[in-house]
Design a protein around this ligand. Structure first.
Ligand code: ECB
Length: 135
């Protein structure tokens, strides 16, 4: 039985988000707004199905997927790119690869204690976000 990421998670830290946005060619004005956002993750995990909502006061973003099945992801409202995205288990870590224009793009989710971790990576940039479970 894999672990369950389901729940509502509130951002505590967001390291290197500026460089992650820069490598995705996000414009300065958008970056200035986005850097100050508190993001909330709402994750619904049901067997091999996963919905991840990223919510903020500025923009929301949502994906739904089946673990182990590649799908077309359009990063609407983020960098607006088309990706071939695949999420798999690597032990208790969810590992995502996002094939597209940018090399070495993807993310990893894992849980440590009561914290949800997310590493967002692209090319040589890694952004590390930590969330606490909302009671
Ligand atoms: C949706 C809240 C953030 C809105 C930021 C708006 C503009 C910045 C544009 C692009 C920056 C790139 C990504 C934003 C960071 C987080 C959003 C979701 C990142 C992601 O791929 O999350 C995965 C893993 O949780 C699920 O989609």
């Amino acid at each position: 039985m894999p672990i369950d990421f389901s729940g509502t998670w509130v951002m505590e830290t967001n390291d290197n988000f500026e460089d992650y946005m820069k490598i995705l060619n996000i414009d300065l004005v958008t970056r200035k707004i986005a850097i100050h956002l508190s993001q909330t993750k709402v994750i619904i995990q049901d067997a091999d199905k996963l919905t991840i909502k990223t919510l903020s006061t500025f923009r929301n973003y949502e994906i739904s997927l089946t673990i182990g099945e590649e799908f077309d992801e359009y990063t609407k409202g983020l960098d607006n790119r088309m990706l071939k995205t695949l999420v798999n288990w690597q032990g208790d870590t969810l590992v995502c690869t996002q094939k597209g224009e940018k090399a070495n793009r993807g993310w990893k989710h894992w849980i440590e204690g009561d914290k949800l971790h997310l590493e967002l990576y692209c090319e040589d940039v890694v952004c590390h976000q930590v969330f606490r479970r909302k009671q």
